[in-house]
Design a protein around this ligand. Structure first.
Ligand code: C2O
Ligand code: CU
Ligand code: CU
Length: 524
């Protein structure tokens, strides 16, 4: 029984999947959509900016082990245990049991070097008797990663509690082209029909990649090195929204198919934390790790952000932006320079985007919005870093080489969300792109008021046009996820290389994805 059948017919036997209250009811998407009393009561109050921003630990390799992975050069080996562990979202809330990679959320951060493969053994170790939402089968997807089909986390390739699976991440660039070097990836659960609850329960982490150019060393003497802020001044930030019941326990509504929204804002797993910063430049890797929420970030001081990357890759040139709009699964790599502030000054990162349900974002609020992160400028520090005018050259767009044009329409169906009128069928590819042949894909949002952040696995793409116009500079680089607003059309250029097999593309509003807005394509 798949998720849509389960929701339609109900099942007391699967009560563990649901939040109390609505379990077993005959629920169709249509009804749930019309029914706005699906709204949860407000979470308990919490005092903002009383806890320090957590920064996930760097994940360290282990001794080599026997693996099914075959790699061209000597890999680094890692173990990751998927575990249920207590987690504190806020000192005024009781600990909650979350699911985390190594028991923490976000999971440990990987630093990888291009050219050095990783073999990562994920052990699925959830408790035998887990209760509440979440399904303890799992499959791991490294989002933005260039990897073989069997290592990509195809949604039905899950492994069960008590077992493990090795993921072979080659860390090569597409086409062996250094212009295709990746920077900011993330890894997360991709279980068919249940990615939403599993990611909400904590299964997400960062995977950062470096090479000679983006070397992660701001003092690198190599003239090719960009010398972007590095080490303790390169901080990944995942933004998520969560809801809590009156006892301070995390809640999730399995029947909210529009997209689940919480009323508490987390950065790196903590509700409204603060970060002490020095008067110098910092690199931040923003990730919208929320199931369905869009954000638009501003600094309370009015200062601009210098964007250096979009999704998995660096931009060709930095782009200065007053605000940063980000959709579920998108990443924005950026630099903030705190050198202009006085000691002991505080600056807030504010979300000013209105969003009242999972359909998508509204406009900007009139005031200063919700402060999500507080920067406390508290010291001086040397700053050998720079933001060069040239970052990473874009690979060329070869329109005369295009071998296929495809159109995909994203729309609402009777019991879920559809692509070209079909629900996800893991056994039915909708396209057979040929390796090495560029294609043009036209993505059309037919669904009126809805927004759909669309993500394509295996290769990133370049946007040719949005609604017939050339893309803005901040989305004119390479991307792996593109937000389709109401009635929007995006044309993109994409080319698949090296790996033959089955992959998916889908809406990254996780509730839409779980309600079947996904399609399989096979590279041939
Ligand atoms: Cu981030 Cu197919 O997912
Ligand atoms: Cu992906
Ligand atoms: Cu969607």
């Amino acid at each position: 029984m798949n998720r849509r059948e389960f929701l339609k017919f109900g099942s007391a036997g699967l009560a563990g999947l649901t939040l109390g209250g609505t379990g077993g009811a005959l629920v169709s998407v249509r009804r749930a959509r019309a029914d706005d009393d699906n709204q949860l009561p407000a979470s308990p109050p919490t005092t903002p900016f009383v806890q320090e921003l957590p920064i996930a630990p760097l994940h360290l390799p282990v001794a080599p082990f026997t693996t099914r992975c075959s790699t061209s050069s000597a890999p680094l080996f890692y173990n990751v245990h998927i575990q249920e562990r207590p987690h504190s979202f806020h000192p005024q809330l009781p600990d909650n049991l979350i699911w985390g990679y190594n028991g923490i959320t976000p999971g440990p951060t990987f630093h990888a070097l291009i050219g050095q493969p990783n073999v990562v053994r994920f052990f699925n170790d959830p408790p035998a008797n887990h209760t509440g939402f979440g399904v303890p089968n799992t499959v791991v997807h490294r989002h933005g990663g260039f990897q073989a089909s069997e290592d990509d986390g195809f949604p039905i390739d899950f492994f069960t509690p008590g077992s493990f699976r090795d993921f072979c991440w080659p860390n090569v660039t597409a086409g062996n082209d250094p212009r295709e070097a990746e920077a900011t990836l993330w890894y997360h659960d991709h279980l068919v029909d249940f990615t939403g609850p599993n990611v909400y329960k904590g299964l997400a982490g960062f995977f950062l990649m470096f090479d000679d150019v983006d070397s992660g060393d701001e003092t690198d003497p190599n003239p090719a090195a960009l010398r972007l802020p590095s080490g303790p001044f390169d901080i990944p930030l995942v933004f998520q929204d969560r809801a809590f019941d009156r006892n301070g326990q995390l809640v999730f509504n399995t029947f909210e198919h529009d997209g689940f929204l919480g009323d508490k804002f987390l950065v790196n797993g903590a509700i409204q934390p603060f970060l002490r910063v020095a008067r110098r430049k910092y690199r931040f890797r923003f990730l919208d790790g929320s199931n369905a929420r869009f954000y638009e970030f501003f600094l309370s001081s009015g200062q601009s952000f210098t964007q250096i990357g979009s999704d998995d890759k660096l931009l060709p040139h930095p782009v200065v932006r007053k605000s940063i709009r980000i959709a579920p699964a998108e990443r924005v790599d950026l630099v903030i320079d705190f050198s202009q502030y006085a000691l002991n000054q505080t600056v807030f990162l504010q979300n000013r985007l209105k969003q009242t349900d999972g359909r998508g974002q509204g406009g900007l609020v009139s005031g200063s919005g919700t402060p999500i992160l507080q920067f406390m400028v508290d010291r001086d520090a040397p700053d050998p870093s720079q933001v060069p005018a040239n970052l990473r050259e874009l690979p060329p767009i070869l329109l005369d080489k295009v071998g296929a044009k495809r159109t995909f329409e994203f729309d609402t169906g009777d019991d879920g969300w559809v692509i070209n009128d079909r629900f996800f069928d893991p056994n039915r590819p909708v396209a057979f792109p040929r390796l090495g042949v560029p294609e043009i894909w036209t993505l059309i949002n037919k669904g009126g008021e809805w927004s759909h952040p669309i993500h394509i696995h295996l290769e990133s793409f370049q946007i040719l046009s949005r609604n017939g116009k050339p893309p803005a500079p901040f989305e004119a680089g390479q991307k792996d996820t593109v937000a389709l607003g109401p009635d929007e059309t995006v044309k993109l250029y994409i080319q698949f290389r090296t790996f033959r097999g089955r992959y998916v593309f889908h809406c990254h509003n996780l509730e839409h994805e779980d309600m079947a807005m996904m399609a399989r394509f096979d590279t041939t």
